[in-house]
Write a protein that binds this ligand. Structure first.
Ligand code: BG6
Length: 504
């Protein structure tokens, strides 16, 4: 056990639908083990897996123990796993069958009494999105969505992305879920908000007095958000064909980064205040007209190429992908935020698969200093100050400034100030889900998406999807695996004499 880093979460039962799947094995169970190891979750946490497998409790325990040994991210303390195993239970059943939920209800009553979990249940929907509604409906019908009158406890539900596939479907899902759960009970997860470097954005912006005064259109020239992946679709071709980069990455992860950079300081650091400010930014993003979609968006798809010396197939050759697929594996957008802070400052967002390397960075380029002072010197050009928040894999913040090169003449060179996260001490290994799960157990939804945020982001993305659907791409594949994406993405910035900030 490690020294506890926070207070113990309240007791609860974590019910996982889809507990035989990858998410549970790779992330959820290793996350719980880490939370136990860090003293953040105690002996009164029970896990109930709901699957179709013909497993008894012991089989489930065995499968989960193997998963934890395989996917655990730290040095596994065997006593932690041993202590957890007796608190793992299995419900076998079809998700469409009401009997599954009556069985679950009976089991919950039993484990609740045995382990004193105080009637607190979290339902984790680790299932394909097509099953969200049916599970939620059945939970409602089985009276598992609310605490029975006079009893103690709470009920919460965690939903994985994608939450809808356009504005209409997202609204329909919001409406359907709200018939069973109140908004306060629904935790829509975005795993980017579990990343340390992402959580640090607000602390960096608002915990330091020097940035806020210059964090606006008067001093900032443009903002760029790049989420580059070198991986392809990794066997998820079937899902990816229905998604594409805009839905899979931009509508959620990149928009979350954008809101953290662009939001106003909240009045307090509580869920309502923070999320009120985030939704205001999303609502201020100007929806594009069809003409603007043609000018301000770029889509791409990778063809075969070489990454790190390894030859990789093109997207259309991936398993589960149509050989004539139109699905974009790359998307770049130029967005405008119509508010007083950001009017006139372009926000460039790009994300793609099979790019040169994995890198997520947020680049804030400031307006240049006037050259006048150096008019009579050899200085012909002054570069802009650039602040880069490196989210992953390098975790650091750099600020590029100008300095005089030592010597008798005035020569100015750009130099870099750098803060590396690792200098704060080695972080304990994590899956990236620890904060999110722990927050849900504590009823803190600050890092989760509220319905209006989801709807606002689909409102921005849907007009783009509509135009893209109406005008099939004629040039796919239009970038080579291992490159930095389609040439048109460079043109997007060149129009205004800008370039993408290079990824180091
Ligand atoms: C997921 C997407 O949400 O995020 C994947 O569905 C993507 O396609 C992944 O690869 C990227 O996450 P990370 O944390 O590796 O940047």
């Amino acid at each position: 056990m490690v020294e506890p880093t926070g207070r113990l979460a309240p007791p609860c039962v974590l019910v996982i639908f889809g507990a035989a799947g990858d998410l549970t094995k790779r992330l959820l169970l290793p996350t719980v083990v880490n939370l136990v190891e860090h003293g953040l979750v105690g002996q009164r946490l029970v896990i109930v897996g709901v699957t179709r497998q013909p497993w008894g409790h012991d089989d489930f325990r065995q499968v989960m123990a193997d998963a934890v040994r395989t996917f655990n991210v730290g040095t596994l303390d065997p006593t932690v796993l041993e202590s957890l195993l007796p608190r793992l239970y299995h419900v076998r059943g079809d998700i469409n069958d009401p009997a599954t939920y009556t069985g679950l209800r009976t089991l919950l009553a039993e484990v609740d009494a045995e382990w004193e979990t105080e009637g607190n249940y979290i339902y984790y929907l680790a299932v394909p999105p097509g099953l969200f509604e049916v599970i939620v409906d059945h939970l409602g019908q089985a009276e598992l969505a609310e605490t029975t009158p006079g009893a103690t406890g709470w009920r919460r539900v965690i939903v994985e992305k994608p939450f809808g596939h356009d504005l209409d479907s997202a609204q329909a899902l919001v409406a359907r879920m709200s018939q069973v759960f109140d908004e306060e009970q629904i935790y829509r997860i975005d795993h980017y908000l579990g990343k340390e470097t992402v959580q640090n954005i607000l602390v960096f912006r608002l915990g330091n007095g020097i940035f806020e005064p210059v964090w606006n259109r008067r001093y900032i020239d443009n903002v760029q958000i790049t989420v580059a992946e070198s991986l392809g679709v990794e066997g998820r071709g079937g899902y990816y064909e229905t998604a594409g980069a805009l839905r899979d990455m931009l509508q959620n992860h990149l928009f979350q980064l954008l809101t953290l950079i662009a939001m106003e300081p909240p009045a307090a650091f509580d869920p309502a205040s923070v999320r009120n400010e985030k939704v205001k930014v999303l609502k201020a993003v100007r929806p594009m007209t069809p003409e603007q979609v043609l000018q301000q968006t770029v889509r791409g798809q990778y063809g075969a190429g070489t990454i790190d010396g390894v030859v990789v197939p093109g997207y259309q050759q991936e398993p589960g992908v149509s050989p004539n697929s139109w699905t974009e594996t790359y998307a770049a957008l130029e967005l405008s935020i119509d508010n007083w802070r950001w009017a006139g400052v372009p926000f460039y967002l790009r994300s793609g698969k099979r790019l040169t390397k994995r890198d997520t960075q947020i680049v804030i380029t400031f307006r240049r200093a006037p050259l006048r002072l150096f008019a009579d010197t050899a200085v012909h050009d002054l570069e802009s100050n650039v602040l880069v928040i490196h989210v992953q894999p390098d975790e650091k913040i750099t600020l590029r400034i100008q300095a005089k090169r030592p010597g008798t003449t005035v020569t100015v060179v750009p130099v870099q100030m750098e803060f590396q996260y690792e200098t704060l001490g080695e972080a304990s290994p994590s899956t990236g889900y620890e904060t999110l799960l722990y927050d849900c157990m504590n009823g803190d939804s600050t890092l989760y998406n509220r319905a209006d945020m989801v709807e606002a982001s689909w409102s921005v993305v849907t007009p783009i999807l509509d135009v893209w659907k109406a005008l099939p791409p004629r040039d796919f594949p239009n970038y080579t695996a291992g490159s930095w994406g389609p040439a048109a993405a460079d043109m997007l910035l060149q129009r205004s004499n800008r370039t993408w900030h290079p990824v180091e």
